[in-house]
Design a protein around this ligand. Structure first.
Ligand code: T1G
Length: 644
């Protein structure tokens, strides 16, 4: 079936693009559109053309799957120019989203209509590239320089009303978009046509404008937005054709960069993770209400995430006072979301009003799913599961949020084990996207499918993890920290390790992160394992914790924090405490330090993969990106070391 069919409504041709799932611009689509321009230009019975798309959306951009191959003619910039120069003017009818090359094709049309619910944008920087078919050159001519800079450097889509206000589109439609576009094309092509966008003038801005915007973008440390800014600036300072040549050269150079390859890897990995092939055809259960046991940091965050996704929540605490504290904690999360503009004040108030916090377990009698998020202790969690088995419906799914315990031990004796599952949220649970989903040996496929469906509703990034200590993420974290301590033992200063990992793209290095979170958390887990008789070698962190150095909260950990502040300084005390564990040695270059630590993460990832704890290297990358701050533009440890 052709990707493009032509209907006729009187003298108006309606070109219907149908390239599921999102009308991406493949080579076939480019050829079909080019041929349509030629054919319709030569058709004496046609006065104008309307371009509509079948399916859920207008064109979502160039076909990212083609990026690894040499570009094939007709190239998109040439197609956009061909549409713009068509003898029969084209009108784009945008529904869903017109993104990247899709918006560029629309800008090549003489008119643009948009459905009121649709959005337009240039997400290219999210793929480590910039618009490559006139987005940085036509947009400033149509919507002005400030709007063009914001769109191409942020990658954020613009809703229909804003697109209309900016002049990106000519009319906004509610209802029959195709009919409105045909009428619009028929009426607007009776008289003189507006100038093609490429022929319109563009303003200029002083150097100070560009240097201010550059300074803002440099803080984020990503290359593509800076290159996009350059391209828009060039569009205001040289001819249209020169600007197009600069944009195209910049796009092609970035498209072949390691960062762009990494971001494409993540793009496809995320989509595959949200809909795992193993669950194809397995219908999830509906989750209409959820119980959360435990109103501490994790429980409150989980309850907030559920409530903000529109799922009624009942939170259980041990007594009325603790329940009230939990209600206040969750309400503060809603208020914080409102302060950041993610909710209105009224929405935050309504969510708080609907949240049920109680010490009465019977309140969980109706829930479809109950999640325990109590203290990380086997006996405490086992008791909660016993209570849940007693009060919840016999078919209610029971989940544990444990991060280190073996879910099989928690589930011993719980009736209907097929409904048990691990849902490992990351703190703060209403912010962190990663959700490790840990099925038990007897977990029913529909329960697993329900967990993935819940993750999608929460806007989380779900990854199936097998049962082992630390599942995927915390197991790699342990290896990462051990490798960092090995560098210390070789004489590399704490600050040099942290600086190297910040330079690689992490927000914090391994030592400063431990100081922030507290060294004692992992210390207590090692001590518990030792108490069970397991062989857990002493770590350098153990020495610090035993000396009372637990991190920022005790005024010192790997660093000192003088005057109770949060500014780290190198610690003589640490040097003394570890003196007999640290040999002298030369300090490797930052890249070598990063290579060593990322390599250690990837080595552990390879073992995790071999053991079947993870289903793919790409999912290990997603765990590290969405749970541990691995820089997205490096693709994850497996991708970056060539194992992804
Ligand atoms: N190319 C190829 N496949 C794509 C695609 C694309 N651009 N966009 C989506 N898909 C696939 C996706 O892999 C998934 O496949 C299915 O479509 C549904 O996607 C020259 C150079 C459009 C908002 O970056 O943001 O144009 O897993 O699950 O949640 O200047 O997809 O089903 O096999 O995300 O409804 C710029 C990327 C490209 C847009 C829809 N465009 N896509 O979201 O569905 S570069 C983008 C999205 C460019 C020009 C430059 C979203 C969506 P599968 P989905 P969704």
């Amino acid at each position: 079936m052709s990707v493009l069919t032509i209907d006729r409504e009187g003298e108006i041709a309606v070109a219907i693009l149908d390239n599921p799932p999102v009308n991406a611009i493949s080579a076939e689509v480019r050829c079909a559109l080019w041929q349509a321009v030629e054919t319709l230009d030569a058709d004496p019975g046609i006065r104008a053309v309307v371009l509509v798309c079948a399916g859920r959306s207008f064109i979502a951009g160039a076909d990212v799957k083609e990026f690894g191959q040499p570009p094939v003619a007709p190239h998109l910039p040439d197609l956009v120019a061909r549409i713009e120069a068509a003898a029969k003017p084209w009108t784009a009818a945008i529904h869903g989203a017109a993104l990247g090359g899709g918006l560029e094709i629309a800008l090549g049309c003489r008119f643009r209509l948009i459905d009121a619910e649709a959005r337009v944008g240039f997400p290219e920087v999210g793929l480590g590239i910039i618009p490559g078919a006139s987005g940085t050159v036509r947009t400033p001519r149509l919507a002005g320089i400030e709007a063009a800079v914001e769109m191409v450097t942020s990658g954020k889509p613009v809703p229909a009303p804003e697109a209309l206000r900016l002049g990106l589109v000519d009319a906004m439609v509610t209802g029959d978009l195709r009919g409105a576009a045909v009428s619009y094309a028929a009426s607007m092509t009776c008289g003189p046509l507006p100038e093609p966008v490429s022929a319109r003038p563009v303003e200029t801005r002083p150097d100070s404008y560009w240097s201010e915007r550059r300074a803002q973008l440099e803080k984020a440390g990503e290359a593509a937005p800076l290159r996009a800014l350059e391209a828009v600036r060039r569009a205001t300072e040289v001819s249209f054709d020169e600007a197009m040549a600069f944009e195209r050269a910049t796009f092609l150079a970035l498209r072949d960069s390691p960062e762009a390859a990494a971001l494409r890897h993540v793009f496809f990995a995320e989509r595959a993770a949200l809909r795992p092939a193993a669950l194809k055809g397995v219908a999830p259960r509906g989750i209409a209400s959820v119980g959360v046991v435990g109103g501490g940091t994790m429980g409150a965050g989980i309850a907030a995430a559920l409530a903000m996704a529109g799922i009624p929540v009942t939170l259980i605490e041990r007594d009325a006072e603790a329940a009230a504290r939990a209600h206040a904690a969750v309400s503060r999360i809603f208020e914080g979301a409102a302060a950041r503009g993610k909710l209105t004040g009224a929405e935050a108030g309504a969510l708080s009003g609907r949240l049920v916090c109680t010490d009465d377990y019977a309140a969980l009698g109706h829930v479809d799913l109950a999640i325990e998020a109590v203290f990380e202790d086997l006996a405490v969690k086992r008791a909660v599961f016993d209570d849940l088995a007693r009060v919840c419906r016999p078919d209610a799914i029971l989940a544990t949020n444990t991060s280190y315990l073996d879910p099989r031990r928690l589930a011993e004796g719980v009736p209907a084990p097929e409904r048990l599952i691990g849902l490992h949220f990351f703190s703060p649970a209403h912010v962190m996207k990663l959700l490790e989903i840990v099925p038990l040996p007897g977990t029913a496929p529909e329960v697993l499918a329900t967990a993935f469906d819940l993750a999608r509703r929460l806007g989380k990034m779900p990854v199936r993890a097998g049962i082992c200590e630390g599942f995927i993420g915390n197991r790699i974290l342990k290896r990462y920290r051990a490798a960092a301590e090995d560098l210390l033992a070789e004489g590399v200063p704490v600050a040099a390790v942290d600086a190297a990992m910040r330079g690689f793209g992490f927000r914090m290095g391994p030592f400063e992160a431990q100081d922030l979170g507290g060294l004692d958390i992992a210390f207590l887990q090692r001590e518990a394992a030792r108490a069970e008789g397991r062989d857990v070698p002493e770590t350098l962190a153990d020495i610090l914790v035993r000396a009372g150095r637990k991190g920022q909260k005790t005024g010192g950990g790997w660093y000192d924090y003088p005057e109770g502040g949060r500014m780290p300084v190198a610690s003589d005390a640490v040097a003394r405490l570890l003196a007999d564990r640290i040999a002298g040695g030369e300090v490797p270059a930052p890249d070598a330090i990063a290579e060593r630590l990322v390599g250690a993460m990837a080595d552990e990832g390879a073992t995790i993969l071999a053991e079947g704890i993870a289903d793919s290297a790409a999912e290990i990358d997603l765990v590290e990106i969405h749970g541990y701050g691995f820089p997205r533009s490096k693709g994850g440890p497996m991708h970056w070391t060539g194992r992804g």
